[in-house]
Design a binder for this molecule. Structure first.
Ligand code: SAM
Length: 377
C-alpha cells in the first residue's frame, strides 16, 4: 500500500502498475470528479449520503471530512475494498470502526457506516433513506439506477458517473440500446448526446415513480459522463421532465442538426430519446463556486476553471464544431472567435463549450453558422 492525500483525506491505495490491475480501484484522474461532488454536496447541504460503490472509500471519506453530511455510508461488494475502507476510516478519524450487524460504524459528531454488500441489496434495504446517493461504477450505472431511485428521498439528489463512453457515444450502438433504450449518435456531437442520453434515461426511470428531475450540473470530461440530478416529487413533475425528452436529427453530409421535443419521433433516422432540457442550474453553479472558498480541494484551480467554463456556456442543445463543419462542407477551418463575432453582430448568442475546444454553442440556425464560415474563406 501507499498513502496519498486528496482534499482533506489521507488514503491508503494499493500499489499497482496500472490502475485496473489493483485489487482495489483508485483513479487519481477522478480527483476532479470528487472535488466537484464535494462542492455539490456542500451547496446542497445533504445530511444522509451514500457512496454506494466506494472502492478505497476516498469519496465517502471526503464527504464525511469536507461537507456537512451527518451520516456518511460507504459500501463496496469487494471484501478487499471493505477491509481497505475500514483501514482508511481508522486512519482518517483516529478510531477503529465498531463492527455490528454487518456494519462498521464510527459514531462521533457524525456517523460513518461502512458495509460490504451488493449495492442494490443495500439500497433496497434503505428505502427512501438517503438525501444524496452517489453511483460511481465501472462502466454503466444502469444496473443500480432503479434501486437508487427507491433508496433516495423523494426530494433527494443522485449523482451518476458513466464511463461506458463507447456505448453512449455510438461506437457500440447495440449496447446503448440495451442499457439506455436509446439510439446513440456518432460524430462531433456524440459527447453531448451521450450525456443527454444518460440524463434522459434517468428521467424516464424516475417518471415511473412519479418523480421529475432537475439537472443541477452535468458534464463530460476525461472520457466519463457525470450528472447531478435533484429529484422533484410528484406525478406532475414526472410529466414535466418527460416534456424535456426528444430526438436529434443529424445530417452527416453538412453537419446540420435539428432537435425535436416529442415523446415519439415524427421522422425517420431520429437519434434518442434524449434529454433536451437544461444541463445546469446557473445559480447552483455559482453557489458551488462560492463554497469552494471554504474548501481544501485536490485541484481547486482546475475545478474553478471548469466551473467557470460551465457557467459561461450557453445552455442550448448541441453545437457547431468548426473543424467538422469545415470538413463536411469542404471549407477551410477558421477561428472560433471570428465565426462567433459574425454571429454576434447579427444578434445571435455565442459561447464556447466544455464538450469541445473547437466548437461554439449558438442560438443561430445552421445556415447562419455555415454562412459565417463561408464569409471567412
Ligand atoms: N467511487 C470510487 C472512487 O471515487 O474512487 C471508485 C469506485 S470503482 C469505479 C467501482 C467499485 O464498485 C469497485 O470497487 C467495485 O468493487 C464496486 N462494485 C462493483 N459491483 C458492485 C456491486 N454490485 N455492489 C457494490 N459494489 C460494487
Amino acid at each position: 500500500l501507499t498513502k496519498i492525500k486528496e482534499g482533506m483525506a489521507e488514503i491508503f491505495i494499493p500499489k499497482a502498475e496500472r490502475i485496473y490491475d489493483a485489487p482495489v480501484f483508485y483513479n487519481p484522474i477522478m480527483a476532479l470528479n470528487r472535488d466537484l461532488s464535494v462542492l455539490v454536496l456542500k451547496a446542497l447541504g445533504s445530511k444522509k449520503v451514500l457512496d454506494a460503490l466506494s472502492a478505497t472509500g476516498v469519496r465517502g471519506i471526503r464527504y464525511a471530512l469536507e461537507t456537512e453530511a451527518e451520516e456518511a455510508w460507504l459500501n463496496d461488494i469487494n471484501p478487499s475494498a471493505f477491509e481497505l475502507i475500514i483501514k482508511n476510516l481508522e486512519n482518517n478519524f483516529g478510531e477503529k470502526p465498531i463492527l455490528e450487524r454487518e456494519m462498521a460504524i464510527i459514531t462521533r459528531e457524525r456517523k460513518i457506516i461502512a458495509t460490504n454488500k451488493d449495492a442494490n441489496l443495500l439500497m433496497t434495504e434503505k428505502f427512501r433513506y438517503f438525501d444524496f446517493i452517489d453511483l460511481d461504477p465501472f462502466g454503466s450505472p444502469m444496473e443500480f439506477l432503479d434501486s437508487a431511485l427507491r433508496s433516495v428521498k423523494r426530494k433527494g439528489t443522485i449523482a451518476i458517473t458513466a464511463t461506458d463512453t463507447a456505448p453512449l457515444c455510438g461506437a457500440h450502438s447495440k449496447a446503448c440500446v440495451r442499457r439506455y433504450n436509446s439510439i446513440p449518435l456518432r460524430g462531433e456531437l456524440c459527447h453531448e448526446s451521450g450525456l443527454r442520453i444518460l440524463i434522459g434515461t434517468v428521467a424516464r426511470y424516475a417518471a415511473k415513480y412519479d418523480l421529475g428531475i432537475k439537472v443541477l450540473v452535468a458534464y463530460y470530461k476525461d472520457h466519463y459522463f457525470r450528472a447531478f440530478l435533484q429529484l422533484k416529487d410528484g406525478a406532475k413533475e414526472g410529466d414535466k421532465s418527460l416534456m424535456n425528452l426528444g430526438y436529434v436529427y443529424f445530417d452527416t453530409k453538412n453537419g446540420k442538426f435539428e432537435i425535436e421535443k416529442r415523446f415519439l419521433p415524427s421522422k425517420l433516422n431520429a437519434f434518442g430519446p434524449l434529454w433536451l432540457g437544461p444541463l445546469k442550474d446557473q445559480k447552483f453553479i455559482e453557489k458551488m463556486i462560492l463554497k469552494s472558498e471554504e474548501c481544501e480541494l485536490a485541484q481547486k484551480k482546475k475545478v474553478l476553471n471548469f466551473l467557470n467554463t460551465l457557467l459561461k456556456e450557453l445552455d442550448e442543445p448541441f453545437f457547431y464544431d468548426t473543424h467538422a463543419l469545415a470538413r463536411r462542407n469542404s471549407l477551410e477551418v477558421r477561428k472560433l472567435s471570428e465565426i462567433g463575432a459574425i454571429l454576434q453582430e447579427k444578434g445571435y448568442k455565442v459561447s464556447r463549450t466544455h464538450f469541445s475546444p473547437t466548437a461554439i454553442k449558438t442560438d443561430a440556425p445552421f445556415e447562419e453558422a455555415l454562412m459565417a464560415l463561408k464569409a471567412l474563406q
